[in-house]
Design a protein around this ligand. Structure first.
Ligand code: SF4
Length: 103
């Protein structure tokens, strides 16, 4: 399971933003990323630029094979996940304003 972000990963939303809701997590039993190092999905604090893009591409490609991609992406949207690749969607793609990018 990849839900426990690696030490040093940027995972904390600023105070005042929505916190996680109680939900059904059974979809994770079918995740293609079971057993995969969580570092593939979450940026280290110092990660930037091409290195970040390259990691995200690998993560997205794994998500592309995942039978619960939709559930994963929906989860991230519902709870307002600010960081990490969820359902093949990067943090910038989910929250362009927050991450300073405008697609
Ligand atoms: S969509 Fe990606 S991050 Fe989500 S469960 Fe599947 S492999 Fe893991």
């Amino acid at each position: 399971m990849r839900r426990k972000p690696p030490a040093g990963a940027v995972t904390k939303a600023p105070e005042g933003l929505p916190s996680a809701m109680i939900e059904n997590w059974e979809w994770q039993d079918h995740a293609a990323c079971q057993g995969v190092n969580p570092e593939l999905f979450f940026a280290a604090e110092s990660e930037r630029g091409l290195r970040k893009r390259a990691r995200e591409l690998v993560a997205k490609s794994l998500c592309g094979t995942c039978p619960v991609r939709r559930e994963c992406a929906d989860h991230a949207a519902v709870v307002g996940e600010m960081y990490g690749v969820w359902g093949g969607i990067t943090e910038e793609e989910r929250e362009p304003a927050f991450h300073g990018r405008h697609h």
